[in-house]
Design a protein around this ligand. Structure first.
Ligand SMILES: [Zn+2]
Length: 343
Protein backbone atom coordinates (compact mmCIF):
# COMPACT_ATOMS: atom_id res chain seq x y z
CA UNK A 1 0.00 0.00 0.00
CA UNK A 2 2.75 2.40 1.04
CA UNK A 3 4.67 1.54 -2.10
CA UNK A 4 1.59 2.23 -4.20
CA UNK A 5 1.00 5.64 -2.58
CA UNK A 6 4.67 6.36 -3.01
CA UNK A 7 4.53 5.91 -6.77
CA UNK A 8 1.33 7.94 -7.11
CA UNK A 9 2.88 10.78 -5.13
CA UNK A 10 6.00 10.76 -7.22
CA UNK A 11 3.96 11.04 -10.39
CA UNK A 12 1.85 13.86 -8.90
CA UNK A 13 4.92 15.77 -7.80
CA UNK A 14 6.50 15.47 -11.23
CA UNK A 15 3.27 16.58 -12.95
CA UNK A 16 2.99 19.57 -10.58
CA UNK A 17 6.55 20.50 -11.19
CA UNK A 18 6.30 20.53 -14.98
CA UNK A 19 2.90 22.27 -14.87
CA UNK A 20 4.36 25.04 -12.76
CA UNK A 21 7.08 25.65 -15.30
CA UNK A 22 4.45 26.41 -17.90
CA UNK A 23 2.70 29.11 -15.93
CA UNK A 24 3.68 32.74 -15.97
CA UNK A 25 5.32 34.05 -12.87
CA UNK A 26 5.17 30.77 -10.95
CA UNK A 27 6.97 31.86 -7.79
CA UNK A 28 10.51 30.60 -7.63
CA UNK A 29 9.81 29.35 -4.08
CA UNK A 30 7.15 26.97 -5.29
CA UNK A 31 9.31 25.63 -8.08
CA UNK A 32 12.10 25.10 -5.57
CA UNK A 33 9.76 23.32 -3.19
CA UNK A 34 8.47 21.07 -5.95
CA UNK A 35 12.05 20.29 -6.96
CA UNK A 36 12.96 19.63 -3.34
CA UNK A 37 10.08 17.20 -2.87
CA UNK A 38 10.97 15.40 -6.09
CA UNK A 39 14.64 15.35 -5.05
CA UNK A 40 13.77 14.19 -1.53
CA UNK A 41 11.90 11.25 -2.92
CA UNK A 42 14.82 10.12 -5.00
CA UNK A 43 17.44 10.58 -2.33
CA UNK A 44 15.77 9.45 0.90
CA UNK A 45 12.74 7.39 -0.09
CA UNK A 46 10.70 8.67 2.87
CA UNK A 47 7.30 7.12 3.46
CA UNK A 48 4.50 8.14 1.15
CA UNK A 49 2.76 10.13 3.87
CA UNK A 50 5.37 12.87 3.64
CA UNK A 51 4.78 13.25 -0.06
CA UNK A 52 1.04 13.37 0.45
CA UNK A 53 1.50 16.18 2.97
CA UNK A 54 4.02 18.00 0.81
CA UNK A 55 1.85 17.42 -2.24
CA UNK A 56 -1.18 19.00 -0.63
CA UNK A 57 0.91 22.01 0.37
CA UNK A 58 2.17 22.31 -3.21
CA UNK A 59 -1.39 21.99 -4.52
CA UNK A 60 -2.50 24.82 -2.24
CA UNK A 61 0.34 27.06 -3.40
CA UNK A 62 -0.21 26.04 -6.98
CA UNK A 63 -3.85 27.11 -6.89
CA UNK A 64 -2.69 30.53 -5.82
CA UNK A 65 -0.50 30.79 -8.90
CA UNK A 66 -3.52 30.63 -11.23
CA UNK A 67 -3.46 34.23 -12.38
CA UNK A 68 -6.40 36.33 -13.46
CA UNK A 69 -6.42 39.19 -15.94
CA UNK A 70 -9.03 41.86 -16.54
CA UNK A 71 -9.49 42.98 -20.14
CA UNK A 72 -11.41 46.18 -20.77
CA UNK A 73 -12.51 46.97 -24.31
CA UNK A 74 -13.44 50.66 -24.29
CA UNK A 75 -15.60 51.90 -27.15
CA UNK A 76 -17.46 55.14 -27.82
CA UNK A 77 -20.61 53.93 -26.07
CA UNK A 78 -19.71 50.79 -24.11
CA UNK A 79 -17.20 49.15 -21.82
CA UNK A 80 -16.78 45.44 -22.31
CA UNK A 81 -15.11 43.80 -19.31
CA UNK A 82 -13.74 40.27 -19.23
CA UNK A 83 -12.00 38.43 -16.42
CA UNK A 84 -9.90 35.49 -17.57
CA UNK A 85 -7.88 32.97 -15.62
CA UNK A 86 -4.97 31.19 -17.23
CA UNK A 87 -7.23 29.19 -19.52
CA UNK A 88 -10.77 30.54 -19.78
CA UNK A 89 -13.15 33.50 -19.50
CA UNK A 90 -14.59 33.64 -15.98
CA UNK A 91 -16.76 36.69 -16.34
CA UNK A 92 -17.87 38.74 -19.36
CA UNK A 93 -19.94 41.87 -18.85
CA UNK A 94 -20.99 44.73 -21.06
CA UNK A 95 -21.78 48.20 -19.72
CA UNK A 96 -23.16 51.14 -21.65
CA UNK A 97 -21.57 54.31 -20.35
CA UNK A 98 -23.30 57.62 -20.03
CA UNK A 99 -20.69 59.41 -17.96
CA UNK A 100 -17.50 57.61 -18.92
CA UNK A 101 -15.17 58.13 -15.96
CA UNK A 102 -17.91 57.66 -13.39
CA UNK A 103 -19.03 54.44 -15.05
CA UNK A 104 -15.45 53.19 -15.44
CA UNK A 105 -14.84 53.84 -11.74
CA UNK A 106 -17.77 51.66 -10.70
CA UNK A 107 -16.67 48.88 -13.11
CA UNK A 108 -13.11 48.93 -11.71
CA UNK A 109 -14.34 49.05 -8.14
CA UNK A 110 -16.67 46.12 -8.63
CA UNK A 111 -14.03 43.92 -10.31
CA UNK A 112 -11.31 44.82 -7.79
CA UNK A 113 -13.51 43.70 -4.91
CA UNK A 114 -14.53 40.44 -6.61
CA UNK A 115 -11.29 39.08 -8.10
CA UNK A 116 -7.56 38.86 -7.45
CA UNK A 117 -6.43 40.52 -10.67
CA UNK A 118 -2.78 40.40 -11.77
CA UNK A 119 -3.00 42.14 -15.11
CA UNK A 120 -5.30 44.82 -16.53
CA UNK A 121 -5.29 45.46 -20.30
CA UNK A 122 -7.19 48.28 -21.98
CA UNK A 123 -8.17 48.19 -25.63
CA UNK A 124 -9.21 51.77 -26.38
CA UNK A 125 -10.78 53.45 -29.41
CA UNK A 126 -8.32 56.30 -29.87
CA UNK A 127 -4.78 57.43 -30.52
CA UNK A 128 -2.49 55.62 -28.09
CA UNK A 129 1.24 55.99 -27.65
CA UNK A 130 3.45 54.39 -25.00
CA UNK A 131 0.59 53.29 -22.77
CA UNK A 132 -1.12 56.71 -22.89
CA UNK A 133 -4.28 57.87 -24.67
CA UNK A 134 -3.22 60.90 -26.69
CA UNK A 135 -6.60 61.57 -28.28
CA UNK A 136 -9.91 59.76 -28.40
CA UNK A 137 -12.48 61.56 -30.60
CA UNK A 138 -15.35 59.46 -29.21
CA UNK A 139 -14.22 59.76 -25.58
CA UNK A 140 -12.90 63.30 -25.12
CA UNK A 141 -12.65 62.69 -21.35
CA UNK A 142 -9.76 60.33 -22.05
CA UNK A 143 -7.59 62.82 -23.97
CA UNK A 144 -4.21 62.94 -22.22
CA UNK A 145 -5.79 61.23 -19.22
CA UNK A 146 -3.42 58.99 -17.24
CA UNK A 147 -5.63 55.90 -17.34
CA UNK A 148 -2.89 53.62 -16.02
CA UNK A 149 -2.26 55.64 -12.87
CA UNK A 150 -5.99 56.00 -12.35
CA UNK A 151 -6.42 52.22 -12.56
CA UNK A 152 -3.57 51.63 -10.11
CA UNK A 153 -5.68 52.89 -7.22
CA UNK A 154 -7.99 49.90 -7.76
CA UNK A 155 -5.31 47.36 -8.67
CA UNK A 156 -2.11 48.60 -6.99
CA UNK A 157 -0.16 45.39 -7.65
CA UNK A 158 -1.37 44.63 -11.16
CA UNK A 159 0.51 45.10 -14.42
CA UNK A 160 -1.52 47.54 -16.51
CA UNK A 161 -1.21 48.03 -20.27
CA UNK A 162 -3.06 50.07 -22.82
CA UNK A 163 -3.32 49.85 -26.62
CA UNK A 164 -5.44 51.09 -29.47
CA UNK A 165 -8.38 48.74 -30.16
CA UNK A 166 -7.51 48.10 -33.82
CA UNK A 167 -3.91 47.39 -32.79
CA UNK A 168 -5.11 44.87 -30.18
CA UNK A 169 -7.25 43.18 -32.83
CA UNK A 170 -4.49 43.13 -35.44
CA UNK A 171 -1.92 41.90 -32.95
CA UNK A 172 -4.16 39.08 -31.67
CA UNK A 173 -5.22 38.04 -35.17
CA UNK A 174 -1.62 37.97 -36.44
CA UNK A 175 -0.70 35.73 -33.49
CA UNK A 176 -3.64 33.41 -34.09
CA UNK A 177 -2.61 33.07 -37.74
CA UNK A 178 1.07 32.91 -36.82
CA UNK A 179 1.98 35.60 -39.34
CA UNK A 180 5.48 36.88 -38.76
CA UNK A 181 5.95 39.34 -41.60
CA UNK A 182 3.71 42.32 -42.48
CA UNK A 183 0.12 42.04 -41.28
CA UNK A 184 -2.71 44.55 -41.52
CA UNK A 185 -5.83 44.09 -39.38
CA UNK A 186 -8.84 46.22 -40.39
CA UNK A 187 -11.68 46.75 -37.92
CA UNK A 188 -14.69 47.73 -40.01
CA UNK A 189 -17.78 48.49 -37.96
CA UNK A 190 -19.36 51.86 -37.16
CA UNK A 191 -16.04 53.36 -38.26
CA UNK A 192 -12.91 51.93 -39.83
CA UNK A 193 -9.66 51.43 -37.94
CA UNK A 194 -6.59 49.39 -38.66
CA UNK A 195 -3.44 48.09 -37.04
CA UNK A 196 -0.07 47.25 -38.54
CA UNK A 197 1.97 44.38 -37.15
CA UNK A 198 5.48 43.71 -38.39
CA UNK A 199 7.47 40.76 -37.06
CA UNK A 200 5.05 40.40 -34.13
CA UNK A 201 5.39 44.05 -33.12
CA UNK A 202 2.63 46.63 -33.06
CA UNK A 203 3.65 49.64 -35.12
CA UNK A 204 2.33 52.73 -33.29
CA UNK A 205 4.40 55.30 -35.16
CA UNK A 206 5.85 58.50 -33.81
CA UNK A 207 2.66 59.69 -32.10
CA UNK A 208 0.46 56.63 -32.22
CA UNK A 209 -1.36 57.24 -35.50
CA UNK A 210 0.34 54.62 -37.65
CA UNK A 211 -2.32 52.47 -39.29
CA UNK A 212 -5.09 55.08 -39.17
CA UNK A 213 -6.25 53.87 -42.54
CA UNK A 214 -9.75 55.23 -41.88
CA UNK A 215 -8.49 58.78 -42.19
CA UNK A 216 -6.43 58.62 -45.35
CA UNK A 217 -7.94 60.98 -47.91
CA UNK A 218 -9.80 59.88 -51.02
CA UNK A 219 -11.45 61.80 -53.81
CA UNK A 220 -14.87 62.43 -52.23
CA UNK A 221 -16.49 65.11 -50.11
CA UNK A 222 -18.10 63.12 -47.31
CA UNK A 223 -17.43 64.70 -43.95
CA UNK A 224 -15.74 62.60 -41.29
CA UNK A 225 -16.15 62.65 -37.50
CA UNK A 226 -12.51 63.78 -37.28
CA UNK A 227 -13.60 67.10 -38.82
CA UNK A 228 -12.02 66.60 -42.25
CA UNK A 229 -13.53 65.69 -45.60
CA UNK A 230 -12.54 62.80 -47.85
CA UNK A 231 -11.62 60.22 -45.19
CA UNK A 232 -12.03 56.53 -46.09
CA UNK A 233 -14.04 56.07 -42.87
CA UNK A 234 -16.55 58.74 -43.93
CA UNK A 235 -17.19 56.78 -47.15
CA UNK A 236 -17.48 53.26 -45.72
CA UNK A 237 -17.92 53.40 -41.91
CA UNK A 238 -21.20 51.80 -40.79
CA UNK A 239 -22.63 54.91 -39.20
CA UNK A 240 -22.00 56.94 -42.38
CA UNK A 241 -23.36 54.22 -44.68
CA UNK A 242 -26.59 53.91 -42.70
CA UNK A 243 -27.12 57.65 -42.84
CA UNK A 244 -26.32 57.96 -46.53
CA UNK A 245 -28.06 54.85 -47.81
CA UNK A 246 -30.90 54.94 -45.27
CA UNK A 247 -30.61 51.22 -44.65
CA UNK A 248 -29.32 49.31 -41.64
CA UNK A 249 -25.92 47.67 -41.92
CA UNK A 250 -27.63 44.29 -41.54
CA UNK A 251 -29.71 44.87 -44.66
CA UNK A 252 -26.73 46.30 -46.52
CA UNK A 253 -24.75 43.15 -45.75
CA UNK A 254 -27.45 40.91 -47.17
CA UNK A 255 -25.87 41.78 -50.51
CA UNK A 256 -28.92 43.07 -52.33
CA UNK A 257 -27.85 46.66 -52.51
CA UNK A 258 -25.70 47.66 -55.44
CA UNK A 259 -24.85 50.98 -53.84
CA UNK A 260 -23.20 49.21 -50.93
CA UNK A 261 -21.44 46.78 -53.22
CA UNK A 262 -20.20 49.24 -55.80
CA UNK A 263 -19.53 52.34 -53.78
CA UNK A 264 -17.88 50.72 -50.76
CA UNK A 265 -15.89 48.45 -53.03
CA UNK A 266 -14.56 51.47 -54.88
CA UNK A 267 -13.59 53.47 -51.80
CA UNK A 268 -12.30 50.54 -49.79
CA UNK A 269 -10.18 49.20 -52.64
CA UNK A 270 -8.77 52.69 -53.19
CA UNK A 271 -7.78 52.89 -49.50
CA UNK A 272 -6.36 49.38 -49.28
CA UNK A 273 -4.44 49.82 -52.52
CA UNK A 274 -2.50 52.64 -50.83
CA UNK A 275 -1.82 50.42 -47.82
CA UNK A 276 -0.52 47.62 -50.08
CA UNK A 277 1.80 49.99 -51.94
CA UNK A 278 3.06 51.42 -48.65
CA UNK A 279 3.53 48.22 -46.63
CA UNK A 280 3.35 45.24 -49.01
CA UNK A 281 1.51 43.07 -46.45
CA UNK A 282 1.15 39.30 -46.67
CA UNK A 283 -2.27 39.48 -44.96
CA UNK A 284 -5.13 41.96 -44.76
CA UNK A 285 -7.72 40.56 -42.36
CA UNK A 286 -11.05 42.17 -41.48
CA UNK A 287 -12.77 42.22 -38.11
CA UNK A 288 -15.55 44.40 -36.68
CA UNK A 289 -19.32 44.11 -37.03
CA UNK A 290 -19.23 44.67 -40.81
CA UNK A 291 -15.79 43.18 -41.49
CA UNK A 292 -16.37 39.83 -39.84
CA UNK A 293 -19.64 39.37 -41.75
CA UNK A 294 -18.39 40.14 -45.26
CA UNK A 295 -19.63 37.55 -47.75
CA UNK A 296 -16.93 35.62 -49.72
CA UNK A 297 -17.94 37.11 -53.08
CA UNK A 298 -17.49 40.63 -51.65
CA UNK A 299 -13.94 39.74 -50.59
CA UNK A 300 -13.17 38.26 -54.00
CA UNK A 301 -14.40 41.38 -55.79
CA UNK A 302 -12.52 43.62 -53.38
CA UNK A 303 -9.28 41.74 -53.94
CA UNK A 304 -9.67 41.90 -57.72
CA UNK A 305 -10.31 45.62 -57.52
CA UNK A 306 -7.23 46.26 -55.36
CA UNK A 307 -5.06 44.17 -57.68
CA UNK A 308 -6.31 46.06 -60.75
CA UNK A 309 -4.76 49.22 -59.34
CA UNK A 310 -1.44 47.82 -58.15
CA UNK A 311 1.62 48.89 -60.09
CA UNK A 312 3.64 45.82 -59.08
CA UNK A 313 3.10 42.09 -58.86
CA UNK A 314 2.48 40.96 -55.32
CA UNK A 315 0.36 38.44 -53.50
CA UNK A 316 -1.54 38.87 -50.25
CA UNK A 317 -4.31 37.11 -48.42
CA UNK A 318 -7.56 39.01 -47.94
CA UNK A 319 -9.82 37.41 -45.35
CA UNK A 320 -12.01 37.79 -42.29
CA UNK A 321 -11.46 36.87 -38.66
CA UNK A 322 -13.36 34.02 -37.07
CA UNK A 323 -14.01 36.24 -34.03
CA UNK A 324 -13.11 39.89 -33.50
CA UNK A 325 -13.49 39.71 -29.73
CA UNK A 326 -11.36 36.57 -29.44
CA UNK A 327 -8.59 38.29 -31.43
CA UNK A 328 -8.81 41.36 -29.15
CA UNK A 329 -8.57 39.13 -26.04
CA UNK A 330 -5.60 37.29 -27.53
CA UNK A 331 -3.85 40.58 -28.38
CA UNK A 332 -4.48 42.10 -24.92
CA UNK A 333 -3.29 38.97 -23.15
CA UNK A 334 -0.06 38.91 -25.10
CA UNK A 335 0.52 42.57 -24.30
CA UNK A 336 0.30 41.70 -20.62
CA UNK A 337 2.76 38.86 -21.11
CA UNK A 338 5.27 40.91 -23.06
CA UNK A 339 7.80 43.35 -21.86
CA UNK A 340 8.07 45.67 -24.82
CA UNK A 341 6.02 45.52 -27.99
CA UNK A 342 5.52 49.07 -29.17
CA UNK A 343 7.69 50.79 -31.72
ZN1 LIG B 1 -11.39 61.34 -40.68
Amino acid sequence: MVQYLDSVCEILVIIFYFSLLKFRDAPAGIRTRASAVAGLYHTTRLPALIYVLKGSKILKDFQQTLYMDLILDIGGTKIEAMVLDSVKVISHKRFLHTSFLKDLKSVLRSFSSSYEIEGVAYSVAGQVKNNKVVKSPNLPGLNNFDLINYTKQFFPNAKIVLANDANCFAYGESLIREVRDVFIGVVWGTGLGSGIIINNRIIEGNNGIAGELGHIKLNHNYKCGCGKKGCLEAAVGGRYLEKRLKKSVKILLSGNYDLFENETLNWLSAGLEKAVHLLNPSHIIFGGSIGENLPPNYLENLKKKIEENLSFNTSFKLGITSSTSYAVIKGCRELLNSEKLHF
